[in-house]
Design a protein around this ligand. Structure first.
Ligand SMILES: [Zn+2]
Length: 264
């Protein structure tokens, strides 16, 4: 998080003069709120919006494939969020699946929309969810798109899990990297979810009871970690949770190389 940064530092993050930064903040404080600038990737996307001339695009110009009811909710939600987030939403290909009986639209979509230099983003909305739940889900998923690694359609956590380790080795090494501190390890693994929630909240759409709050994720992770040694024993392996630099580097050196620094 950027909390505690002085104004000049926050302006410099976006490549702006302090005066230009203040003007931007006055136009809509949510644009430069902590959650909106909490990763270098989000800052880069905000910068791309600034370089494009700070456009305020019509929410109806999205690429959406799904039923009209959900499209209307998506358009209304996008109208309520800050201009750069709305602009990002027009660089995403949106799908809705699970409501109505439309099939076959997958053959017609164009997934190539992206900010210049970035990778295309795709967001799938679960149309079976209740109408009132959808705005916060939409904002949460767009929050992921804002913070996702630049040029990568894969979330940071997914990259970490792609490490060539068994699940048990992975769990054990994550735990070792944080010297047995489950909460710190969980904060790394679920950092993307936390950021998406914080971002959606900043935009006026806090996660509801239908989404998995951070506290529940922490509890589930703690329970999973409790069983690591037992599960390893069951398959005849002893898990070595000594800090091993190479494995730790695999986990910690995702595109956000300062993950640990941000957590501690
Ligand atoms: Zn999420």
């Amino acid at each position: 998080m950027t909390a505690g940064f002085d104004l000049a530092s926050r302006a410099a993050l976006l490549g702006l003069s302090p005066r230009a930064f203040v003007r931007l903040a006055q136009s809509d404080p949510r644009i430069v709120g902590d959650a909106a600038t909490a990763t270098t990737h989000a800052t880069r996307r905000l910068r791309a919006w600034i370089d494009a001339g700070q456009p305020d695009v019509a929410p109806s110009s999205i690429a959406f494939h799904g039923c009209d009811e959900v499209r209307a909710i998506l358009v209304a939600t996008l109208a309520s969020i800050p201009a750069p987030a709305r602009w990002l939403a027009t660089h995403v290909t949106w799908f809705e699946i699970g409501r109505g009986d439309r099939v076959g639209y997958m053959t017609t979509f164009d997934p190539r929309r992206s900010i210049v230099g970035d990778a295309p983003h795709v967001i799938v909305i679960a149309g079976r969810m209740a109408d009132e739940a959808l705005p916060s889900v939409i904002a949460h998923e767009l929050g992921h798109a804002l913070h996702r690694s630049w040029q990568s359609p894969i979330a940071d956590a997914d990259i970490a899990f792609a490490a060539p380790l068994t699940e048990i080795e992975f769990d054990a090494r994550v735990l070792a990297a944080f010297e047995g501190d489950c909460d710190a390890a969980a904060r790394l693994l679920f950092r993307g979810e936390h950021l998406a929630n914080e971002t959606a909240k900043l935009w006026g759409h806090p996660c509801g009871a239908h989404q998995c709050p951070d506290a529940i994720r922490l509890r589930i992770f703690r329970e999973r970690m409790d069983g690591v040694a037992d599960r390893a024993a069951q398959i005849g392996r002893q898990v070595d949770i000594d800090l091993e630099q190479r494995a730790v580097a695999t986990i910690v050196t995702t595109p956000n190389q300062n993950l640990r620094a941000r957590i501690t």
